[in-house]
Design a protein around this ligand. Structure first.
Ligand code: SF4
Ligand code: SF4
Length: 615
């Protein structure tokens, strides 16, 4: 059997081999660290429609980069044309070499260097079609490489203020990637100069070479360019598993895992390891993070935080300097749950720290209270904005609801600050005590004014009660006509708190409520894209001044249409943004209490200033 071979294929082939072995080894190690129970779930789902959905998403995101396209069309085009163009070049080359080969089996290098081995196309069916398509796809890829080079040096042309800094492996892979396709263009064009077999792009370039080079020079130059092409491919393949380009294949695994039922992990192994390696360091999360856009801190965002974990760099500052607002999760085209990964790393950093909460009194059965309508849990932050619990009391009274104000003296906590600091055991202790206290009130409904508490009660407690945020309760009271509101000619902008919106997916209750008292004006940064107020309790690293910059910027964007009032549904958001809002910032409970038929005016601005941050 005759085999196409020339020594220049060796760098390509060996590079491919090295990459294949490293990738297989890495993936096996990571797969082994996925818990057996998760693997069982995955295997159970593998022969179901879920696999088809995974396949579809792999095409839409892995090749066409739909999510990046939606966020930034130019960037999306660049990624999509490189990935899809290169993929189709390989597919088309494989089909062409199948048509053109006499042998049953192609060697791995046949589709890659096909024109070198089979320069005369007369024997190949559809030869002209392949010649055209290969030129066309090469042109598409070359354009995307040109875009990539421009973006690296003038990222603002792509609407990006920052691009990520490269590690050595990234640089090696990136520069070889940039060289691969120009090398191929020259090799193919010189081949066209040699055999007159080129397409609409390679033949004119080949003719140009012929115009000033002798036949011998063309042959020598062509052979040299095949070597260069092969070496550049090898360089990229060898660097790829250690560079950000590891994301190319890893993202496909991640998509498959999600569709097959694995969605998160509580350590840095298994699923999380795939997430970490699926980050393409596209940099989208940098500009979308307010620490960068408003406070000028541009080295802690997921691109760098994940890079730190992957390359074992010191990442404590990156792990803790984050508001945990989740905006980056919303915008990440790979859908990496970076907030979860930060919580894991914070937990690891605190493994040796222990807190005890067993001094808190046990609540015994015989202390159970009479059945009340609702238990009201204001939350620590609401106690720092007392006008909010005061408004809720007005609403309860107006609606004729009996309630038990369980944290009236402010003595209990949902445990979320401990959780987000990575002190998960201490948080569990505290949750148990808080649960006992809430259960002792013998009610079926728990109402809270704080979205942070709300999310924690829903996700981390096992209260066997209906937990609602006060926005939902107010909506229910309006629908059941237990409260009546005055509608006024009021323009209202609603600020979605991170934990209520992105955290719990609740966007509509508040808007429905506010429509009863005024006109809700839509803004650009709302719902999933809502800004963080900057006051997050999850970040004790960022300075007070930087927080103020973020709060001021958020208020500026919320005030763009000069609304009469900016309403939020979170005591922390209200507290943080109030001082920049000229008295326009209110909690939804406050505006509803003011709008009650018999409601009294709540003085929402008389509060002490809260200093959350380390100066
Ligand atoms: S975390 Fe997501 S958005 Fe950020 S660089 Fe990685 S892939 Fe891009
Ligand atoms: S969670 Fe918020 S603060 Fe943290 S990196 Fe993401 S966008 Fe920035």
């Amino acid at each position: 059997m005759e085999m196409n071979f020339d020594p220049f294929v060796l760098p390509f082939f060996l590079g491919l081999l090295v990459m294949g072995v490293i990738l297989i080894w890495k993936y096996i190690v990571w797969l082994e660290t996925i818990p057996v129970s998760d693997r069982r779930v995955m295997f159970r789902n593998i022969f179901t429609v879920r696999s088809l959905r995974a396949f579809k998403e792999a095409i839409m995101e892995g090749l066409l980069h739909r999510r990046i396209f939606k966020i930034n069309p130019l960037l999306g085009y660049m990624h999509a044309s490189l990935a899809t163009g290169w993929f189709l070049l390989i597919v088309m080359g494989s089909i062409e070499s199948k048509f053109g080969q006499k042998d049953v089996f192609n060697m791995p290098w046949d589709p890659i260097f096909f024109n070198f081995f089979e320069p005369v196309k007369h024997g190949i069916e559809y030869g002209k079609f392949f010649v055209f398509m290969m030129d066309f796809l090469l042109l598409v890829v070359l354009l995307s490489v040109t875009f990539a080079i421009i973006k690296r040096f003038y990222s603002r042309l792509f609407g990006m203020k920052k691009t990520t800094k490269l590690m050595i492996a990234d640089q090696f892979a990136l520069y070889s990637l940039w060289m691969i396709f120009p090398a191929r263009l020259f090799a193919e064009s010189l081949n066209a100069a040699h055999y007159s077999n080129g397409g609409f792009m390679t033949q004119p370039i080949g003719n140009f070479f012929n115009s000033f080079m002798s036949a011998g020079q063309v042959i020598n130059a062509e052979y040299t360019m095949w070597w260069v092409y092969s070496i550049m491919l090898a360089a990229f393949f060898v660097a790829m598993p250690f560079s950000r380009y590891m994301h190319i294949l890893t993202e496909i695994f991640l998509i498959a895992f999600r569709h097959l039922g694995i969605k998160s992990a509580n350590n840095l192994q298994g699923y999380t390891r795939f997430e970490i390696n699926a980050c393409s360091r596209c940099g989208i999360c940098i500009d979308k993070c307010q620490l960068s856009s408003a406070a000028g801190i541009s080295n802690v965002q997921p691109a760098y935080f994940i890079q730190g974990i992957r390359y074992n760099l010191p990442f404590e500052d990156r792990a803790y300097n984050c508001l945990m607002c989740g905006r980056c999760n919303t915008y990440c085209p790979v859908k990496i749950d970076v907030t979860n990964i930060r919580t894991i790393t914070r937990k690891l950093a605190n493994e040796t720290v222990s807190f005890r909460y067993d001094y808190l009194p046990e609540i015994k059965k015989d202390e159970l209270a009479e059945v009340t309508n609702v238990v009201y849990f204001a939350g620590c932050m609401s106690h720092l904005t007392p006008s909010i619990p005061q408004a809720m009391i007005s609403i309860f009274n107006e609606a004729g609801i009996t309630f038990d104000f369980v944290d009236k003296d402010g003595s209990i906590c949902c445990g979320r600050p401990l959780m987000q600091s990575g002190l998960t055991d201490a948080a569990a202790d505290l949750r148990e005590k808080t649960s006992q206290m809430i259960r002792s009130k013998n009610s079926m409904i728990l109402v809270t004014s704080c979205p942070i508490c709300y999310k924690t009660f829903k996700d981390d407690f096992n209260l066997k009660m209906h937990v609602v945020h006060h926005t939902e309760l107010i909506k229910i009271l309006i629908e059941s006509k237990r409260i009546k509101l005055r509608k006024e000619d009021l323009s209202i902008v609603y600020h979605d708190p991170c934990e209520l919106g992105r955290g719990c997916g609740e966007y509509d209750n508040a808007r429905m409520v506010l429509k009863q008292i005024g006109n809700v004006v839509s803004i650009d940064q709302e719902k999933e894209k809502a800004l963080c107020c900057g006051g997050s309790i999850s970040n004790l690293k960022v300075s007070y001044d930087k927080r103020e910059l973020m709060a001021a910027d958020a208020v500026k964007q919320l005030s763009a249409n000069n609304p009469d009032v900016i309403v939020t549904a979170c005591p922390l958001c209200k507290k943080t943004m109030s001082k920049h809002a000229d008295g326009k910032m209110k909690d939804i409970a406050e505006v509803i209490a003011e709008s009650l038929g018999a409601g009294k005016q709540i003085d929402s601005q008389k509060e002490e200033v809260l200093f959350l941050s380390v100066k």
